[in-house]
Design a protein around this ligand. Structure first.
Ligand code: DOR
Ligand code: ZN
Length: 472
C-alpha cells in the first residue's frame, strides 16, 4: 500500500488542499514519549504524523527546536459575556485564551441572564458567534430538569450544577441532594457531561457567620470556609450519589476545597471510575502570594505541601485535568476586600498563564510530557466526549501550540489580553515561551500577536442536532 508520505511526495494527492507540514518539531502526546516528526495538516485537520524530513509538499514550516502539542481545552471559564462585560468579553477572553495556548474554552452558565432554558442557551450561542478567537463550547445550567433535553439538543456540552449560590448565581442553585439527584437522573439518560460545583450553602454561611462574630475578616478566614465542612459535606453528597447511581460526574475546581477534598475524591474514584476532577495549575503560594496579595489570590492558593500533593495527583492521573476557573474580576471588585476579605469577589484571571505554567513544570521535571498533554487537552476532550479535539492524531482538528523550550517568559499584566488587566502571577518568570497557537490548521497567535481574531467556532455536544460531531 502506498503510504500517505509516498503518495504526497509523488504528487498523487493533488486534491488535498492547503497542505501544511510542520517540520522537525518535537511532538508531545499523551501516550508516547516525545518524538521529532513532520506533522502534516490538510485544511483544518491533522493528516499524518511522519518521520522528520520525509514529507515534501505544500507549505513547509520549519519548527526545528520547538515543542508541538495540542492546544489546551479549558473545561471551566467565566468570560462574563453577556451581562458583565465590564469584566471580560467574548473578544478579550478568547484573545486571552489564544495568547495562553488554549484553543477551546468551555464557558459556564453563570452569565446574565443565567443559562437555564433553551431560549437563553440559543441566545448565548448567537451572541458569541463570529466574535470568539478560539473555539468555544457552552455549559447548560442545571436547575430545571425539564429544560435539559432541549439544551442538550441545542448543543450544550454538558450541564453544570451549583450546590452553592451567590449574587448572580441564584437561578443556578441546587440546594440539596434531592435537587442534584433530579439533574443527575435526567443527565444519565442524556449521556452528557455533568460538572458539579459542590457545597452546602447553609453550613458554609453558618461557618462564615461564626468567624465574623469572632472578628475574622482576613483572607485566611475565607479560605477556612472554602475548605471547610460545608463544602466537604457537599462533596461527599455528590460522590455518594454518583457512586450509588454509577453516573459520570466531573468535580469543578476541586483544588479550591483543599487537601481534604483531594483525599475524599481519590478514595471515591478508586471505587467509581466515572468520577473525574479538575484543578487549576497549582502555582500560587500560601506562604508568599497570599501574604503579598491577600484577597487577590482567593479562593485557590497552595501551601508548599499542598502544591506537591496536587502536582502528584496530576502526575499520577488521580486528578484528570487542569482547568482555570478563569474568573476575571476588576481590581476594584477585589479591593473591596482590603479591610474585609468577605467583600472581595472570588477568583482571578488565569487563561494566559495556565498552560505556560504547566509547560514550565514539564520542563522543570515536575510533570511528564505525557501527563502534561493529557491533563490540559486529552482528558478534557474525553470528559466532554469530543473525539476530534485534544489530540494531534490523523483526523483530529489541528489545534496546537508551539513552545520554545529554550526560551523564557516574564508574566506582565500590562500586556495581557484579559480585560481586567491584572494577574496574580505578574512578575513571575517561567521556563519556556509560547511561540504560536494554531486553530484548525491556521496560526492565530504568533509571538504574542493575535493574527486572526473572530475565527472560533461553536463546538456542540457530539450527536446533538448535527451530523458532524465535534463542532458546529
Ligand atoms: O472563585 C470562583 N469564582 N469560583 C467560581 O466557581 C465562580 C467564580 C466567579 O464566577 O467569580
Ligand atoms: Zn467557576
Amino acid at each position: 500500500m502506498t503510504s500517505f508520505r509516498d503518495a504526497i511526495n509523488a504528487g498523487q494527492l493533488g486534491e488535498v488542499q492547503e497542505l501544511t507540514v510542520l517540520r522537525g518539531g518535537r511532538l508531545l502526546t499523551a501516550d508516547a514519549a516525545p518524538t521529532v516528526v513532520d506533522l502534516v495538516i490538510a485544511g483544518e485537520r491533522v493528516q499524518a504524523v511522519e518521520p522528520v524530513g520525509t514529507v515534501d509538499a505544500g507549505t513547509v514550516v520549519d519548527v526545528d527546536g520547538l515543542d508541538v502539542m495540542p492546544g489546551a481545552i479549558d473545561l471551566h471559564v467565566h468570560l462574563r459575556d453577556p451581562g458583565q462585560t465590564h469584566k471580560e468579553t467574548v473578544e478579550t477572553g478568547t484573545a486571552a485564551a489564544a495568547a495562553g495556548g488554549t484553543t477551546l474554552v468551555c464557558d459556564m452558565p453563570s452569565t446574565q441572564p443565567q443559562v437555564t432554558s433553551v431560549a437563553r442557551y440559543r441566545e448565548k450561542i448567537a451572541s458569541w458567534s463570529g466574535r470568539a478567537t478560539v473555539d468555544f463550547a457552552l455549559w447548560a445550567g442545571g436547575t430545571d430538569p425539564t429544560a435539559l433535553a432541549a439544551m442538550a439538543e441545542a448543543g450544550a456540552i454538558g450541564v453544570k450544577i451549583y450546590m452553592a449560590t451567590s449574587p448572580g448565581f441564584e437561578e443556578l442553585y441546587s440546594p440539596d441532594a434531592a435537587a442534584v439527584a433530579r439533574v443527575l437522573e435526567v443527565s444519565g439518560r442524556l449521556g452528557w457531561a455533568v460538572a458539579v460545583h459542590v457545597g452546602d450553602q447553609q453550613a458554609s454561611d453558618a461557618h462564615r457567620d461564626r468567624l465574623i462574630a469572632a472578628g475574622r475578616r482576613d483572607p485566611a478566614a475565607v479560605l477556612e470556609v472554602t475548605r471547610g465542612p460545608g463544602n466537604l459535606s457537599g462533596l461527599r453528597t455528590v460522590l455518594d450519589l454518583a457512586t450509588a447511581t454509577g453516573q459520570r460526574v466531573h468535580l469543578a475546581h476541586l483544588s479550591a476545597y483543599g487537601l481534604g477534598a483531594l483525599d475524599l475524591f481519590a478514595h471515591a474514584r478508586a471505587g467509581h471510575p466515572g468520577l473525574t476532577a479538575e484543578t487549576c495549575f497549582p502555582a500560587l503560594s500560601e506562604e508568599e502570594d497570599l501574604v503579598t496579595q491577600g484577597v487577590y489570590v482567593l479562593p485557590t492558593v497552595f501551601s508548599a505541601t499542598a502544591r506537591r500533593r496536587w502536582l502528584t495527583a496530576l502526575a499520577d492521573g488521580v486528578v484528570d485535568a487542569v482547568a482555570t476557573d478563569h474568573a476575571p474580576h476588576t481590581r476594584a471588585e477585589k479591593d473591596r476586600g482590603r479591610d474585609d476579605a468577605w467583600a472581595a469577589s472570588p477568583g482571578y484571571p488565569a487563561l494566559e498563564t495556565s498552560l505556560p505554567l504547566a509547560y514550565a513544570a514539564m520542563l522543570d521535571g515536575e510533570l511528564s510530557p505525557q501527563r502534561l498533554v493529557d491533563a490540559v487537552a486529552g482528558a478534557p476532550a474525553r470528559i466532554l466526549g469530543l473525539p476530534r479535539k485534544g489530540r494531534l492524531a490523523p483526523g483530529c482538528d489541528a489545534d496546537l501550540v508551539l513552545f520554545d523550550p529554550a526560551g523564557s517568559w516574564r508574566v506582565d499584566q500590562a500586556t495581557m489580553r484579559t480585560k481586567v488587566g491584572w494577574s496574580p502571577l505578574h512578575g513571575r518568570t517561567l521556563h519556556g515561551r509560547l511561540h504560536a497557537t494554531w486553530l484548525r490548521g491556521r496560526p492565530i497567535v504568533h509571538d504574542g500577536e493575535i493574527l486572526e481574531p473572530g475565527g472560533g467556532h461553536f463546538v456542540r455536544r457530539p450527536g446533538a442536532g448535527d451530523a458532524d460531531p465535534g463542532r458546529g
